[in-house]
Design a protein around this ligand. Structure first.
Ligand code: GLU
Length: 383
């Protein structure tokens, strides 16, 4: 595959931006990341940087030693940290004559069709102008129940939004390992080895732990979920060490001996308009969960419509409304798809296990037969 003219999204986490045990930014890490981005630009790539750090940098700046728990305090820290972080990015990029832009997104804004298209158009314009957008969640105003929460997820949605070819998650480990490389060796167990290429992220997703660093909110589990989301939109994801950003150019050039690359799911049938609709669907903040029985999960994986008869007892979680996005989970609890539903959570609870021809009786009116049409369903996994 040619490594020319790709759209590349790079996400860097808080643990890589702050120098552990000190009161300052990891300047050398940031500088080499900036240099890498500028050299990617020089070889014809468009780059979007998704940078965490607002909260962590804000805490550092104010000498706060522990990440606060209350939302208002976190939002205040982010308001302090975000401009400080951007000042350093601008200085570093400016030294290499690279203009940058700050883009602060909210799940709320991306959750509407017009907000989504608006953000997409802004990114396209910035990239056409040769600018590197530096993206974060708008932590200061995002409302708790409507947050992306972690920038791994945000970066996958940004990659989807800009139609990226590749997503890189730059972090404090250099790869995904078969077992925890920092844990003491267990007798009789094989030593941890780096996984270089993962064909199907869903296979490793269930085995992942959810741990993150003190300052960031991500861990390996959120990275795998991000890879799953990006993969469903046809985008490859690679985990690289933030202190070795040169791996990014190597992977774009075809190297398979650095980082861990998650291959994208096969592009589903359908023209560009269908794919674009499903990409949008995946960017919608999910407001609930539907747990499916084995048959319904298998049907959804084949791209079929979802009927209420396929819900398991107690399988409606959350308080979503009609036309909200929800997660669809299989009988093992693995998320397999996102869907925009025709019924609210309350109605869906009434409809659990109900056949299509009995629905009108239950509801007291004649509504759509399907809980979610296959056109409003985006698959995350085919296994
Ligand atoms: N948006 C948060 C921040 O800038 C980071 C979220 C995350 O750690 O993934 O502090």
């Amino acid at each position: 595959m040619s490594d020319k003219n790709k759209i590349v999204v790079i996400k860097v986490g808080t643990s890589s931006i702050l120098r552990a045990g000190t009161d300052h930014l990891a300047l050398s890490t940031l500088a080499s990341l900036v240099e890498t981005i500028c050299s990617l630009r020089a070889t014809g790539h468009d780059v979007v940087l998704v940078s965490s750090g607002a909260v962590g940098v804000g805490c550092q700046r104010l000498g706060v030693k522990m990440r606060p728990k209350e939302m208002a305090k976190l939002q205040a820290m982010a308001a302090v940290g975000q401009p400080h972080l951007m000042r350093h990015y601008d200085t570093l990029f400016h030294a290499l004559s690279q203009p940058i832009a700050q883009v602060l997104l909210t799940a709320d804004a991306l959750g509407t069709r017009s907000g989504y298209l608006n953000s997409k158009a802004t990114f396209e314009e910035l990239l056409a102008l040769g600018v590197v957008p530096v993206v974060n969640e708008n932590d200061t105003i995002a409302v708790s129940e409507l947050r992306f929460g972690d920038n791994d997820t945000l970066s996958a949605l940004v990659a989807t939004l800009v139609g990226a070819d590749h997503l890189f998650l730059a972090t404090d480990v250099d790869a995904l390992y078969t077992s925890n490389p920092n844990a003491p060796p267990k007798p009789g167990m094989p030593p941890p080895t780096a996984m270089r290429v993962v064909e199907d992220v869903t296979q490793v997703l269930t085995a992942a732990d959810g741990g993150g660093s003190q300052w960031g909110t991500g861990g390996m589990a959120t990275k795998l979920k991000a890879a799953q989301l990006a993969g469903a939109a046809g985008i490859a994801t690679t985990i690289v060490h933030a202190q070795k950003p040169e791996a990014i150019a190597a992977v774009l050039g075809g190297a398979t001996d650095v980082g861990t690359t998650f291959l994208p799911a096969n592009r589903r049938a359908g023209g560009p308009a269908v794919r674009e609709h499903k990409r949008w669907l995946m960017a919608l903040p999910p407001r609930g969960e539907l747990h499916l029985d084995e048959g319904a999960a298998a049907a959804v994986r084949r791209g079929a419509t979802l009927f209420a008869a396929g819900l398991v007892t107690g399988g409606v979680v959350g308080d979503f409304r009609e036309q909200d996005a929800v997660r669809l989970l299989d009988e093992k609890g693995v998320e397999i798809a996102r869907a925009v539903v025709n019924y609210s959570a309350e109605q869906a609870r009434q409809l659990v296990g109900v056949r299509s021809d009995e629905m009108s009786d239950k509801l007291g009116y004649h509504g759509p037969e399907e809980l979610a049409s296959r056109h409003n369903l985006a698959l995350l996994s085919t296994e």
